[in-house]
Design a binder for this molecule. Sequence first.
Ligand code: NAP
Ligand code: NAG
Ligand code: NAG
Ligand code: NAG
Ligand code: NAG
Length: 304
Amino acid sequence: MDCSVLQYIGIFTSLYFIVKIVLKIIEGSRLYIFSTYPNFSKYGKWSVVTGSTDGIGKETAIQLASRGQNIVLISRSEEKLRNVANEIESKHNVQTKCLTIDFSDDEEIYNKIADFLQGLDVGTLVNNVGIAQEISCFHEHPNLSKFLRDIIRLNVISVIKMTQVVLPGMVKRKRGLVLNLSSFAAVKPVKNYAMYSATKTFVDCFAQALSYEYESKGITIQSCMPGTVLTNITKKYGEFQKMPSPETFCKSWLATIGKARWTHGYWKHAIDGWIWSQLSTDLTQTIGEARMNRAMELEKKKRN
Ligand SMILES: NC(=O)c1ccc[n+]([C@@H]2O[C@H](COP(=O)([O-])OP(=O)(O)OC[C@H]3O[C@@H](n4cnc5c(N)ncnc54)[C@H](OP(=O)(O)O)[C@@H]3O)[C@@H](O)[C@H]2O)c1
Ligand SMILES: *[C@@H]1O[C@H](CO)[C@@H](O)[C@H](O)[C@H]1NC(C)=O
Ligand SMILES: *[C@@H]1O[C@H](CO)[C@@H](O)[C@H](O)[C@H]1NC(C)=O
Ligand SMILES: *[C@@H]1O[C@H](CO)[C@@H](O)[C@H](O)[C@H]1NC(C)=O
Ligand SMILES: *[C@@H]1O[C@H](CO)[C@@H](O)[C@H](O)[C@H]1NC(C)=O
């Protein structure tokens, strides 16, 4: 039987997509089904976690401690820091240090952080601190000037400055791990969420570029783009059951370290993220808007 050119094109296209999907499934299993954890001690004795008193940061600190890491906790409120430090020390046989820092203050805070970390064998840095924004078109965001300053300082400056503080020591020791919390909102631009979406795209791009830059220097850098995880940032939008808890999310995420330059951290987010990245940006705006409207409706219903 003779095949026409069109049939050949059809066969090749189908094969191409089948191979692509099979490769995705293999990659997904490696990351999310056969969970193995790196030996974090091989990077160093101490882990530094920013924004570590709540949500993803707190859970990451706890799970790193359960794997034998001493933890430096950096956040804004002293009381919450003490509570998390006590919780960690009572459950795991590790040391903790707390530093009270407001990342919305100006850049002098990084001198204070550098002094505090002086002499510590910092193997892992988790750039977690970050704020979200109200769902709103750009110029109507409440307290716009203050908000713009804060989101740049918390989501962008904190990541590059913390890395500046910690990276030279890592390069000297020829080992280190840097984890950056980007977001699903960086996969595609998100309407009415422009500042958050843009700052998280910065994080992802920066982390990936650095990961190539420092690979040969023994330093692993990973960017993580989670979908929604049930924390104070997201809980007002309801739909609880669908979101993983910080604990479920962090367990899954930490098992991907050393295996991928970037990850969504959790299997459901990975499937979502892959589909999302295949859709046209026009289409993701329409779907995204419908989702946000639904989320806001749920929020309103819950308030009443
Ligand atoms: N939750 C999600 O669904 C989700 C999805 C994608 C990406 N992310 C990203 O993951 C990261 C963590 O999110 P999360 O949901 O875990 O947040 P969260 O529950 O709101 O926790 C934020 C942490 O940052 C600290 N923090 C906030 N403002 C601070 C400031 N000005 N100075 C110092 N520390 C400050 C908070 O400590 P205090 O309250 O003690 O100050 C708290 O420990 C963020 O970068 C976020 O963008 C989250
Ligand atoms: C982890 O690495 C450290 C330092 O390289 C080593 O001393 C320790 O035995 C390792 N632990 C495991 C469980 O392999
Ligand atoms: C932020 O804006 C709201 C109204 O939009 C106002 O009530 C509040 O005082 C403002 N907060 C600051 C810190 O300026
Ligand atoms: C992400 O990780 C890299 C690794 O060190 C770090 O240099 C960078 O500052 C982090 N932040 C961003 C925004 O990528
Ligand atoms: C959210 O914030 C409240 C009040 O600050 C706090 O008590 C609670 O533990 C936080 N975390 C979560 C996951 O709800």
